[in-house]
Design a protein around this ligand. Structure first.
Ligand code: F6R
Length: 243
């Protein structure tokens, strides 16, 4: 694993955006695996800026997202569909038809997940998967204890993830309790992985995930086994790592 240390969130975002930008320049028709949450917002802002300056062209690029809440419609401001459009897609020239997010409105969970997995296969796999790290070590919505063999599947969110995500909702009862997520196997099949982490609050889990044993209780620890992972983190997030 390659570890790139940034001084703060802004520098982390710019360094990670550089890696994504290089991917798009080297392979314009690449498949980007994308994430939501607060961590990638700075990356999306930076990529939009470079696109507006004429340095990036997403017209041949495809994207697949990691996850989506079950039961939230596209126009629900908390859906990941809405998030991706508002924070990234509508500001760049990616074709909407080339962006794929698990269908949260598909009531048949098995179908929604199989469809997402089939799309990834049809696209030829993910060239570069962007990930954030959950406070409990989750990646996507793969919560502690998840089987590493899983492909895209429906999950019941843990209490800690519901708590963490409640900051985006008016009240905690509004936070969905289930989501469709790429599984660990799906994520591990990506050719390259870029994981970003910022802030002291995640310092313990970064240390556990990347310097501790590979165990399902810390889902991100499996990334130690991937042949091409880059961790871009700020100094605060890396403060408890033996570097
Ligand atoms: C988002 C996702 C989650 C987040 C993680 C970190 O698509 O799958 O695993 O990456 O919860 O979230 P933030 O960045 O908000 O701390």
């Amino acid at each position: 694993m390659k570890i790139i240390k940034a001084k703060d969130y802004t520098e982390m975002s710019r360094k990670a955006a550089n890696i994504i930008s290089a991917q798009v320049i080297m392979k314009p028709n690449c498949v980007l695996g994308l994430a939501t949450g607060s961590s990638p917002l700075g990356i999306y802002t930076q990529l939009i800026d470079w696109y507006k300056k004429g340095d990036l062209d997403f017209s041949h690029t495809k994207s697949v997202n990691l996850d989506e809440y079950r039961g939230l419609s596209h126009d629900n401001e908390q859906s990941y569909y809405y998030f991706m459009n508002e924070n990234f897609f509508k500001h760049i020239n990616i074709a909407p038809a080339n962006t794929y997010i698990p269908d949260g409105m598909e009531p048949d969970a098995a179908k929604a997940c199989a469809d997402h997995e089939a799309i990834i296969q049809e696209l030829g796999g993910i060239d570069l998967q962007l990930l954030g790290l959950g406070n409990n070590g989750h990646i996507g919505f793969n919560e502690p204890g998840v089987a590493f063999e899983k492909e895209t599947h429906c999950v019941n969110l843990t209490e800690s993830t519901i708590q963490a995500n409640s900051r985006f909702f008016k009240k905690i009862e509004d936070v969905p309790t289930q989501a469709y997520t790429m599984g660990i196997k799906t994520i591990m099949m990506a050719k390259k992985i870029l994981i970003i982490v910022s802030g002291e609050g995640k310092a313990n889990i970064v240390n556990k995930a990347f310097f501790g044993p590979v165990v399902p209780q810390v889902p991100a620890s499996i990334l130690q086994m991937h042949p091409d992972v880059t961790l871009v983190a700020d100094a605060a997030a890396l403060s408890k790592c033996p570097l």
